[in-house]
Design a protein around this ligand. Structure first.
Ligand SMILES: [Zn+2]
Length: 138
């Protein structure tokens, strides 16, 4: 029961730390995967003993086959330490991963929206504007 409370409390804190909105998915092995931001910015996988923080990243295997492949920033063995330290460590990793992800965004010269690399047509044009203004077909 104490374990359960600890887990719930940590989960709530992580959701609070992540960029909104947060998408939460329960995995069959009992862990929970949290994706913060839309488009995704940070991914946290929480198991009964560890929390793994990753930068959200998309890999392309061909023009129509994007695969989410998060890049791991760090793993915290949260059960081995007081919750306050676990939260601080996770918080720092989330900030680092988010900063790294955001640094890859580019502002589109047409719509002036900052978009992640997987939504870019080239250095400074998003895919939507490439379709609209350049006649590119995806
Ligand atoms: Zn655009």
């Amino acid at each position: 029961m104490a374990d359960r409370l600890e887990w719930e409390s940590l989960l709530t804190s992580i959701v609070h730390e992540l960029p909104q909105p947060v998408e939460q998915e329960a995995v069959r092995d009992g862990s929970v995967v949290l994706v913060g931001g839309d488009p995704g910015e940070v991914v946290v996988r929480l198991t009964r003993s560890i929390a793994t923080v990753s930068e959200y990243a998309v890999e392309w295997h061909g023009p129509h086959d994007p695969t989410v492949r998060p890049v791991t920033f760090g793993t915290v063995h949260w059960r081995r330490m007081p919750e306050v330290h676990a939260i601080l460590a996770i918080q720092t990793l989330i900030r680092a991963a988010r900063e790294s992800r955001r640094s890859r965004y580019r502002t589109c010269r047409y719509c002036e929206i900052a978009v992640p690399p997987e939504s870019l047509h080239d250095e400074d044009t998003c895919q939507a504007c490439a379709q609209r203004h350049l006649g590119v077909v995806y």
